[in-house]
Design a protein around this ligand. Structure first.
Ligand SMILES: *Cc1c(COP(=O)(O)O)cnc(C)c1O
Length: 456
């Protein structure tokens, strides 16, 4: 067991203080406080340990962030080393060493054409920046009427107002509609439930025609299209092959900027450094976050091209400046650990390891088709979603009040793995450095949890 270096409160004392003082995100506190929440005290490798000493697999990478595991010596050391110099100074009108060096390294691994890094501190802020950048780009180019955004149904881009405005998950977003700017929503090629048929290429053609119809009528007033190469919070929805490339071609043809939100898919998660690389797509703006610091500290990036950067570049009096920044933009501790993270990617050949292990996971997932209530199995690399249904024949979804996903995850917790579902979709997103043996153990718990809860 881990030696933990912190004051020793009992579980009950901490739960009481949680109840008294802390409001948890995306959490109905009434449910939460009636249950027995996990309170984490530490972690090691791919495991988390709670204050009572129970160990769990971190089966969703601490909600999609973690790369190499917890308490990774190289990452811990990078933060200690940076602390010997300084923790933070501003990036507004000045700079710091790790922020500059990290920007250089990021550009070297980006899809071709992306050449400038703008830092922020979360995926949502990276998306806000992308939206403001695209909007102002067209203003600076003398086309202010291009100010609308196309997004996809079930899209998730973060929880700030701009990001929610281009979001489209009713359960999370509808209540705020009075606060949002309107966006144009087209369907995502969700093949399992596509109105255009069950064949991926036929479905893709139908969804693409829908998008083209919108572009043909409205592109003159559209600044950008924003898309997740794999929809994350919408339910781990993968695209048919060729779809992202087809979107890129349409954006070119209709003179609309393409923003790819790689906050979830970036940094190796899908078996390429960035998911765009599966189709040799270079967006005009790319957002990333989550895995950038290996799951250690909040740093995010909005990366763009010279074409866009140059549209903001000019004499101050031209009023083309990008007026955006955050207190902690370019934070040194975060950039230092991101540099160490990228170093470990190289040293461990991590991206090709993920690609190899993804095929292994795919083989292991085949067995899940035997389960009577697993309707669809979706996977892109280490992003896996299993959609549970009442009936495989009719694809009838479980009623949301059954909370089937949450019940499965509750059972896997008892079996030793922490997961977080998305409605009826059980999400499995293990840390990228998980070994074959660790993946086997996690997949066994996943199978047992689903089988026991859905076939009881
Ligand atoms: C998680 C996520 C975000 C938001 O990132 P935060 O760091 O939670 O603000 C944005 N876009 C996508 C695709 C995400 O998965």
């Amino acid at each position: 067991m881990l030696e933990l270096n912190q004051p020793s409160y009992t579980y009950e004392e901490l739960a009481e203080k949680n109840k008294a003082y802390l409001w948890n995100p995306f959490t109905q506190m009434k449910d939460y406080l009636e249950e027995d929440p996990v309170i984490i005290a530490g972690g090691s490798g791919r495991q988390l340990i709670d204050v009572e000493g129970n160990e769990y697999w971190d089966g969703v990478s601490s909600v999609w962030l973690n790369v190499h595991g917890h308490r990774v010596p190289e990452l811990d050391q990078a933060i200690r080393d940076q602390l010997e110099n300084i923790a933070h100074s501003t990036l507004l009108g000045m700079a710091n060493v790790p922020a500059i060096l990290l920007a250089e390294q990021l550009i070297h691994i980006m899809p071709p054409g992306l050449s400038k890094v703008f830092y922020s501190d979360s995926g949502a802020t990276a998306v806000e920046i992308a939206i403001k950048m695209a909007f102002q780009y067209w203003k600076n180019k003398g086309l202010p009427e291009k100010r609308h955004f196309i997004t996809m149904k079930e899209a998730y881009h973060g929880d700030t107002i701009g990001a929610v405005s281009v979001g489209a998950i009713d359960q999370f977003h509808l209540i705020y509609s009075g606060l949002l700017f309107p966006s144009i929503k087209v369907s995502y090629p969700y093949v399992y439930r596509s109105p255009y048929g069950a064949d991926p290429q036929e479905a893709a053609a139908g969804h693409l025609a829908e998008l083209e119809q919108v572009l043909a009528t409205r592109s003159h007033e559209v600044a950008a299209l924003i898309v997740e190469p794999v929809q994350g919070a919408g339910g781990i929805i993968t695209m048919p092959d060729g779809y992202l490339k087809a979107i890129r071609d349409l954006c070119n043809r209709y003179n609309v900027l393409m923003i790819t939100d790689e906050v979830a898919t970036g940094f190796g998660r899908t078996g390429k450094m960035f998911a765009c690389e599966h189709e040799q797509v270079s967006p005009d703006i790319l957002t990333a976050g989550k895995g950038l610091t290996g799951g250690y500290l909040p740093v995010a990036i909005t990366v763009t091209t010279d074409e866009i950067y140059d549209a903001f570049y000019g004499d101050y009096a031209e009023q083309k400046t990008f007026f955006h920044g955050h207190s902690y933009t370019g934070n040194q501790l975060g950039c230092a650990v991101a540099l160490a993270n990228l170093e470990l990617f190289r040293k461990n050949n991590l991206v090709s390891q993920v690609a190899k292990k993804s095929s292994y996971i795919k083989e292991r997932l085949a067995r899940f088709h035997e389960l009577r209530h697993v309707g669809d199995i979706r996977q892109k690399g280490f992003m896996i979603g299993l959609e549970l249904v009442v009936s495989k024949e009719t694809k009838q979804p479980y009623d949301w009040t059954e909370r089937i996903g949450a019940r499965v995850c509750r059972r896997t917790r008892e079996l030793g793995m922490l997961l977080r579902p998305l409605g009826n979709v059980v999400v499995f997103m293990p840390p990228l450095a998980s070994t074959y043996e660790e993946l086997d153990e996690m997949l066994a718990i996943l199978y047992q949890g689903i089988a026991e809860v859905t076939e009881a």
